[in-house]
Design a binder for this molecule. Structure first.
Ligand code: ADP
Ligand code: AMP
Length: 213
């Protein structure tokens, strides 16, 4: 299965990506996670990405497109992959299409997790992630068993620096301006499928499996 998952920031892409990765046995490639790993490692790219991420802006296309292409050429992507958070604008989508064509790869579907804007600031501000394994929680909607501690690995949960209210609002504006046009782009290609992401976690995944059948 070769998939893209798209949707507003906070829609639940990363959460559902974990289910999709396990169910379809495909690697989950999140550009946001790749940038956060580079920041943690203190690489040059990480330092550059940090400047944009902390303002809620997109990291420049040249950098982002390059890391995705390199990642897609790795062996574990041969049978399938799930791209999360990429593409985020038309230029990235066109670059991806060109790359896929060159490599004789077709996307099976572009999955849009649709959640209304009003719900999302609360989702982002309440998001907590494990510093060690990256598991995602929410202070109201998906609490860990022990406050502030990851159920999976026992490490501390943190709030992402870009999950402040001001940055979340900015990221939603960037989505409307730059990422929303992708829905039409993929609709025209006939591969867009949509699920309602404003439902219980399990129901969202049931709907995802149904639309991908
Ligand atoms: P994205 O990857 O799209 O930015 P996440 O998967 O990180 O979004 O989810 C954002 C926040 O919303 C997280 O704290 C997550 O636990 C929570 N969340 C995800 N899906 C749901 C849902 N169906 N209902 C309520 N909260 C959710
Ligand atoms: P995410 O983890 O998907 O919420 O992304 C967090 C941040 O990483 C975004 O606000 C951007 O600053 C950056 N980012 C992630 N993916 C991309 C992309 N495809 N293009 C540009 N910037 C990105």
């Amino acid at each position: 299965m070769k998939l893209l998952i798209t949707g507003r920031p906070g829609a639940g892409k990363g959460t559902q990506a974990v289910n999709i990765r396990e169910y379809y046995n495909i690697p989950h490639i999140s550009t946001g996670d790749m940038f956060r790993a580079a920041m943690k490692a203190g690489t040059k790219m990480g330092l550059l990405a940090k400047e944009y991420m902390e303002k809620g802006q997109l990291v420049p296309d040249e950098v982002t497109i390059g890391i995705v292409k390199d990642r897609l050429l790795e062996d574990d992507c041969k049978e399938g992959f799930l791209l999360d958070g990429f593409p985020r604008n038309i230029k990235q989508a066109e670059a991806l299409d060109e790359f896929l064509k060159e490599n004789n790869v077709n996307l099976d579907a572009v999955l849009d997790v649709n959640v209304a804007q009003e719900v999302l600031v609360r989702r982002m501000v309440g998001r907590r992630v494990c510093k060690n394994c990256g598991a995602t929680y929410h202070v109201e909607f998906n609490k860990p068993k022990v406050d502030g501690i990851c159920d999976n690995c026992g490490n501390a949960l943190i709030q992402r620096p870009d999950d402040t209210e001001a940055t979340a609002v900015n990221r939603l504006a960037v989505y409307d301006e730059q990422t929303a046009p992708l829905l039409d782009y993929y609709k025209k290609q006939g591969i867009l499928v949509t699920v309602d992401g404003d439902q219980d976690f399990d129901k969202v995944f049931e709907d995802i499996k149904a639309v991908l059948k």
